[in-house]
Ligand binder design. Structure first.
Ligand SMILES: Cc1cc2nc3c(=O)[nH]c(=O)nc-3n(C[C@H](O)[C@H](O)[C@H](O)COP(=O)(O)O)c2cc1C
Length: 435
């Protein structure tokens, strides 16, 4: 998380700047704090507008880029310093980089109040119109007796103070995430427009043939006078007969599925009978709209995956399917297909047991599989604690929280050993238990 720190002091030697430096170095594993100087910011004077000056623009740019702001305020005369107030006036006069920005206030002073009155005043200033910062309620850090607080290495001496500071900082990090999510773009639910019923059509849609017909392939072939048998088909890198195409595709070591841009399942390679397939399919399913091929609970996941591929959010989506024990590690890959112009043409889904490849690699490089003590996932089943409680759809392998972001490539799926009784998915038809 990227934060900027502003010390409200222009003194050459400032305890508040020292406090920010301590936060930046001591908690660098939690936050990335960049300290901004205000020494060069001219005193606010609206008659001599310096909004476009380098000093003011530098601050504004850095604040806008940051996820949040930490202001370390001294206390002068029971309030904030003139320098800090002047900066805030520049940043609320014609530009408003603090608007909606999560802010944390800390402060150090000579005496035991730890700039408490200044901090209180600063909250009011930051929440005033034109500034409109979002100051974290409470979560105060008041460093009193500051002259005795740091050691020669500029580290805070008192361990309790350090752990209290850590606590307030961690709370602020959570606060920043909440605020930035709140400020962020509305959840993109455009995926809901993915029509898995294939009501639409694309230039290759074979109209006038019932998509649900068990002999859709035969009807569609007749309707289009499709090439068959020893008819030659010109491909972009060769000429094959239809028979040769079948030999070639059916000998692939993975199960292939072609779903077009209209979300119609129009082809799969016949490299095994359904009962022996990793994701069982039957000829009667060819032609079906995608909606027919997935259990109801998987539909939103499938829509999100397809939409990511259609909109180019990703070109390849990978998903391990659980429940295949230690002897197999079945992966579903969803590859977006595009024409020469880059237009989306559908999904090439290929299903593969990658364990033989892993074993071959290990054997031929003299290596063995070892458990990674830090791994979140079980090296054998690939289960992660997280996915343990969300029953994945063993057909598409998706678990409730696995989609849409790229699921954890290792776990993605549930280690839940007990067989999942999935409804048969007519596209992948995968059931972790079939094998
Ligand atoms: C003009 C002036 C007013 C001050 N007023 C207060 C005050 O009201 N309360 C307080 O605790 N410290 C006060 N101090 C002492 C500051 O706490 C002390 O200077 C502190 O170091 C300022 O922070 P800095 O080192 O980051 O600049 C004041 C200091 C100055 C120079």
């Amino acid at each position: 998380m990227k934060l900027v720190g502003i010390a409200g002091s222009v003194a050459d030697k400032s305890y508040n700047r020292l406090l920010l430096k301590f936060i930046a170095t001591h908690f660098s594993d939690t936050v990335d704090v960049e300290i901004l100087d205000i020494q060069d910011v001219p005193m606010f004077n609206q008659s001599d507008d310096q909004t476009d000056s380098d000093a003011v623009q530098y601050l504004s740019h850095k604040i806008k880029q940051a996820d949040g702001v930490i202001i370390a305020t001294p206390e002068h005369n029971h309030t904030i310093t003139a320098a800090l107030k002047s900066v805030i006036e520049w940043l609320s006069f014609k530009i408003h980089p603090l608007s909606g920005k999560p802010v944390m206030i800390v402060g150090a002073s000579y005496y035991d109040q730890g700039s408490s009155r200044a901090q209180l005043n600063l909250r009011q200033i930051l929440e005033s119109p034109g500034v409109d910062a979002i100051v974290m309620p409470g979560n105060e850090f008041l460093l009193g007796e500051v002259k005795e607080a740091f050691d020669d290495q500029h580290n805070l001496k008192d361990a309790r103070t350090v752990s209290f500071l850590k606590e307030t900082l961690e709370k602020f990090v959570k606060f920043v995430k909440v605020i930035n999510t709140m400020n962020g773009p509305a959840e993109d639910d455009s995926w809901k427009s993915e029509d898995l019923e294939a009501h639409g059509k694309v230039e290759t849609t074979i109209e006038g043939v019932n998509m649900h017909a068990a002999d859709w392939v035969e009807q569609a072939a007749a309707k289009t006078n499709a090439a068959t048998g020893d008819d030659y088909v010109k491909l972009d890198r060769g000429v094959l007969t239809v028979n040769q195409l079948n030999y070639f595709l059916n000998s692939m070591p993975m199960e292939l599925t072609y779903a077009d841009a209209n979300n119609q399942f129009i082809y799969y390679n016949h490299n095994a009978e359904a009962k022996d397939m990793m994701a069982a399919r039957t000829p009667a399913q060819a032609g079906n709209p995608m909606a027919d091929c997935h259990p109801k609970r998987a539909i939103p996941h499938v829509q999100q995956v397809i939409h990511m591929l259609r909109t180019g959010k990703t070109d390849l989506f990978k998903l391990p399917v659980p429940g295949n024990g230690p002897e197999k590690y079945i992966m579903h890959y969803y590859q977006a297909m595009h024409d020469a112009k880059g237009d989306y043409k559908g999904i090439n889904e290929f299903v593969l047991d990658i364990l033989p490849i892993v074993k071959y690699y290990l054997a031929h490089t003299g290596q063995v599989l070892a458990k990674d003590p830090n791994a979140k996932a079980d090296a054998i089943s690939g289960a992660s604690a997280k996915s343990a409680d969300t029953k994945p759809d063993s057909v598409s392998g998706a678990s409730a929280d696995a989609v849409p972001e790229q699921p954890d490539e290792v776990s993605g799926a549930s280690a839940d050993p007990e067989p999942v009784e999935p409804e048969v998915d007519s596209i992948s038809g995968a059931s972790g238990n079939d094998n």
